[in-house]
Design a protein around this ligand. Sequence first.
Ligand SMILES: NC(=O)c1ccc[n+]([C@@H]2O[C@H](COP(=O)([O-])OP(=O)(O)OC[C@H]3O[C@@H](n4cnc5c(N)ncnc54)[C@H](OP(=O)(O)O)[C@@H]3O)[C@@H](O)[C@H]2O)c1
Length: 163
Amino acid sequence: MRLIAAVAKNNMVGQGLNLPWYYPDDLAYFKSKTKGKTIIIGRKTWESFQGKPLTDRKHIILSSTLEVPGVKDVYVTQTPDAAAFHARETFKTAGEDVWVCGGASTYSSMWRYVDELYITRIPERPPENKGSSYFPHVAVGQIWYLSREERAGDLRVDIYKRR
Ligand SMILES: NC(=O)c1ccc[n+]([C@@H]2O[C@H](COP(=O)([O-])OP(=O)(O)OC[C@H]3O[C@@H](n4cnc5c(N)ncnc54)[C@H](OP(=O)(O)O)[C@@H]3O)[C@@H](O)[C@H]2O)c1
């Protein structure tokens, strides 16, 4: 399973239900990586989609409170183990065809299943406040650096492998 995140200089990944920046190139990159795949997201990130699944992606929402929304290609699971199970058994996807797409608590919850990380480095330090969320602390020893992709607009993507 892979993880994809855009992370600011202060490790921030979100503000309230939103991204505190706008980089169309990064959104296009996210789409190019996840199109046709299964994405695993937390209930709050799902809420930020306002009921509209992303096109051409199968969704697994991690939540202990959400009712099954009855939307095609959207599945709700209550535990990280169940999310991994349904990626494999319901959507018949595994490995590089499954992406953990946030937010912050979902990155932590799914961490033990992640083999590779695709981290877009956002060249900003958004102001911190009550609704800020952050990429979970990852001990350096848990990952090793694989490569870097330079992107438009001062962005780069660092790719890591889980040890
Ligand atoms: N920068 C990026 O790449 C990126 C990507 C995606 C999202 N984001 C941002 O991240 C922020 C949201 O992050 P967040 O951490 O607040 O929310 P989140 O991870 O999207 O959703 C949190 C919810 O997921 C469910 N969940 C997570 N772990 C679980 C577990 N182990 N078992 C059962 N349910 C679990 C819980 O839902 P219930 O409360 O229903 O149980 C929890 O309240 C937003 O600002 C969003 O814009 C950023």
